[in-house]
Design a protein around this ligand. Structure first.
Ligand code: FES
Ligand code: FES
Length: 163
């Protein structure tokens, strides 16, 4: 039998009815209609499903939907800087070639945002460590790391960084 989960998603209050065995990932994609968060492995191995739960990054495939009752979730759809304005991480992923097929990109951007929120000036090693759980089959990672490093510089200097 479905149960109601009251949760704030990207700043909006929702009441979503879900079966008790469903994951947060499935609730976001199927009940909330937010398909930006991707389902890769569904077992916590790839990071494609990363969202912020109460400000912390989680693999949403490993969290039961019922566990987020009363919580606050931010997905890739809530990351952008304004209605018509991408977050600098999103812009730089495009500019630096950090996204090819794009399947991993939502999880990587959300994880990178969590890193920069906590550590605005990470070293390359810190960026690599933070993204260690996010698998990309296309880019070879270098361009992703460059995009995150450029975003950190851009946010701290206020100046756009070009590749
Ligand atoms: Fe959740 Fe892969 S889909 S970690
Ligand atoms: Fe294709 Fe990362 S861009 S999996």
């Amino acid at each position: 039998m479905k149960q109601v989960v009251a949760v704030t998603i990207n700043g909006e209050a929702h009441e979503l009815a879900v079966e008790p065995y469903r994951s947060l990932l499935d609730m976001l994609r199927n009940e909330a209609g937010l398909t930006g968060t991707k389902k890769g492995c569904d077992v916590g191995d790839c990071g494609a499903c990363t969202v912020l739960l109460n400000g912390r990054p989680v693999n949403s495939c490993l969290v039961l939907a019922l566990e987020v009752n009363g919580g606050d979730v931010v997905t890739i759809e809530g990351i952008q800087s304004g209605p018509d304005r991408l977050h600098p991480l999103q812009e730089n992923m495009m500019k630096f070639g950090g996204s090819q097929c794009g399947f991993c990109s939502p999880g990587i951007i959300v994880m990178a945002k969590a890193l920069l929120d906590e550590n605005p000036n990470p070293t390359e090693d810190e960026i690599r460590f933070a993204l260690a759980g996010n698998i990309c089959r296309c880019t070879g990672y270098t361009k992703i790391i460059e995009a995150v490093a450029a975003t950190a510089k851009q946010l701290s200097s206020g100046k756009e960084i070009t590749p």
